[in-house]
Each structure stands twice: as C-alpha cells, then as structure tokens.
Design a protein around this ligand. Structure first.
Ligand code: UDP
Ligand code: MG
Length: 326
C-alpha cells in the first residue's frame, strides 16, 4: 500500500533498554541521515522498560526535535516485543528497524531506501564483520546458527535485525499470531522480494550489550522451538538406536551367562544406566521445551503493554488503515 500522495514516508524503529547515555547520539546520527534523504520520516523510539533515565532523556530530546515519536513499554519485555510494538505503531510506507547503540550504522539507511525504491520489499542487513566480540559470544552464536540451520533450513549466519520492511510486509507481520517472535528468521520466512546489503558493525559508543546469557538462551530456545520440531523427532530416532544397542548387548550378556561368565558385566550395567538415564532426562527436557512454548502460545497473552506515548506532532500522519492504539 503506497501513500496516495506522491511523497513516500519512512519510519525508523529503534528499541532502547537502559541506554540513557546513548539515546542522544543515536537519534542525532539517525536524524541527520534521514534529513539527507529528503523523504518524510518519523523516528519511533521505544523504551523497553528501562530502569535508568532513558525515558526522560527521550522525552527531552523529542520535545526539541519534531518527527520523533516515543513509546514506553510497561516493563522490560525484551527486544523482540519492543520491535513488535514498533512495527505495530509505525506509520511509514517503509519501516526500518535498527539497534539503538549505533552498531547498526544509520549511514546505510540511504542504501536501504534506494533498494526499497527499486522494488525490494525486504532489505536485510548482513554483517560483513561481527565487530568486536568476545571469543565466547562468537562461538555461542556460531553454535546456535549451526543448529538453527540444521533444524529449520534457514541460514542466519551474519544475519541481523537491521532491516527495512515494506508496508505490505509490515501489515502481514501484524497478522502473525505467535506471541514469541524471532524477527530475524520470521521476516525471511515470509518471503516476498528480498535483497540484502552488507554492513560493518560499528563499536558501541557507550554502555555495553544488554543481552545477558539467560536472555540469549531464551531467545535461542524460542527460535528453535518456533521454527523446527525436528528435535522432538530426534527422540524416537535416538530411542530406536539404543534399542538396537540393547539387543546386541543382551545377546552378548546371555551368551556370557550360559558360559558361566556372568557377574563381570557389572560395569556395563552401571554405564548403561547412566547413559539411558541421562538420555531419558534430556528427551523429557526437550519435550518440556515444546510444552513450555505451546503453553505460552496458548495463553496468548499480548506481546507487550504500552505505558506511555509521546507524539510531538509533525511526524507522519496516521493513514486511513488505523494502527491499533492500546
Ligand atoms: N534492547 C531492548 N530490550 C532488551 C535488550 C536490548 O530493547 O531487553 C535493545 C538495546 O537497547 C539495543 C538493541 O536492543 O538498542 C540491541 O541490544 P544490544 O546492543 O544489547 O545487543 P547486541 O548488540 O549485543 O546484540
Ligand atoms: Mg549492540
């Protein structure tokens, strides 16, 4: 759906969580680039339940700069939920999603818009270097992407959340019913005319990554259970394999028994006990992960709540096809 008037509009959605020191830098840099494009724009900054002064800093900034809309979530719902809130509320013909720490450099925005104007509906940022990162986090990301690819068939290596979505995609995104989203892969799953551009991940000017191990683990599990049920199918395969091993071993055990060589097999019993016991626990755990994921989807709680909003005016006018206000 393009705007009736000739002027195209762009929304930039930026989630912030405890980024009080960073807000000004990011918004300034983004605004400067957007002004250069000559398009009508709005910046939609989301405060994902920050505990520092992020919201105050955002309000202060927005009161001095037109074209900035603010949304504060009622608590820290996580980046995925914040992105959903941004996509739900954005009004532009194209919506750009980027991190609030300048690791997704705004200087690539004109390139993204140019690709969109060529007719691509999803423009994805691919990291050509992952920037400065600890060995452990690089290894963990590698492991996750490896497993994710095997299980879901979707290649996410070097993928990022730095993307531009056409209005049509955004409107379809809003119809996705799942509560646990994985933006990076879901957009790819949706199809449409896609292209990518590579970008260099800049260093974070202030603060540090807001993703603790627990949050990352949660996201990985939700991504995997959301995109593949193959782990569940592995359980019976594993079971059959051990049943086979059991037959072989039992024949050997019986032969030993009849030759009067029994009782020496005690170690085998202990080892098997441990092995089978742990396999059963792992398998149960795996089913648990899916039950947990089903449980959360069935409850169908909203992805987020909006506590406060600020619209300084002059941002893009709301179109006929209303965004759902909360
Ligand atoms: N973020 C968020 N909610 C969270 C965690 C992070 O909105 O619960 C925001 C954060 O403020 C930043 C972006 O998501 O703008 C990316 O986070 P971060 O830089 O911590 O992630 P990394 O670059 O380490 O992947
Ligand atoms: Mg970052």
């Amino acid at each position: 759906m393009k705007s009736q008037d000739s002027q195209e509009t762009v929304s930039v959605v930026i989630p912030f969580y405890n980024e009080a020191d960073q807000v000004g830098l990011t918004l300034e840099a983004t605004e400067a680039v957007l002004k250069g494009t000559g398009l009508d724009y709005e910046i939609l900054a989301l405060d994902d339940g920050s505990r520092d002064r992020t919201w105050e800093v955002l309000l202060d900034y927005a009161s001095r700069h037109p074209g900035i809309r603010l949304i504060r979530l009622s608590r820290n719902f996580g980046k995925e939920a914040a992105l959903c809130a941004g996509l739900d509320q954005a009004r532009g013909d194209a919506v750009i999603v980027m991190d609030g720490d300048l690791q997704h450099p705004p200087r690539y925005i004109p390139e993204m818009i140019a690709l969109w104007q060529e007719g691509y509906q999803l423009v994805e940022g691919v990291k050509c270097s992952r920037g400065k990162e600890s060995f452990l986090s690089r290894a963990a990301a590698g492991l996750f992407y490896g497993i994710f690819r095997k299980m879901s068939g979707i290649q996410l290596k070097n993928a990022s959340d730095f993307k531009l979505l056409d209005r049509q995609l955004v409107d379809y995104w809003k119809t996705l019913p799942e509560k646990d989203t994985f933006f990076r892969a879901l957009t790819a799953w949706m199809g449409f005319r896609r292209t990518s551009f590579s970008f260099v991940v800049d260093e974070r000017p202030t603060g540090r990554s807001k993703w603790g191990f627990r949050k990352l683990f949660r996201l990985s599990v939700s991504a995997l259970t959301g995109f593949s049920s193959r782990p569940l199918l592995l359980i019976p395969t594993l079971g059959s394999f051990f049943l086979l091993a059991f037959f072989v071993l039992s024949i050997q055990t019986l032969i030993n028994y009849f030759r009067g060589l029994a009782a020496t097999g005690f170690t085998t019993v202990i080892l098997l006990q441990l092995l089978i016991g742990s396999l059963i626990l792992i398998s149960l755990g795996l089913i648990g992960l899916y039950v947990d994921s089903l449980f959360r989807e069935v409850k169908a709680r909203p992805r987020y709540f909006i506590a406060e909003e600020y619209d300084g005016g002059q941002a893009i006018e709301e179109k006929q096809d209303e965004g759902q206000a909360t």
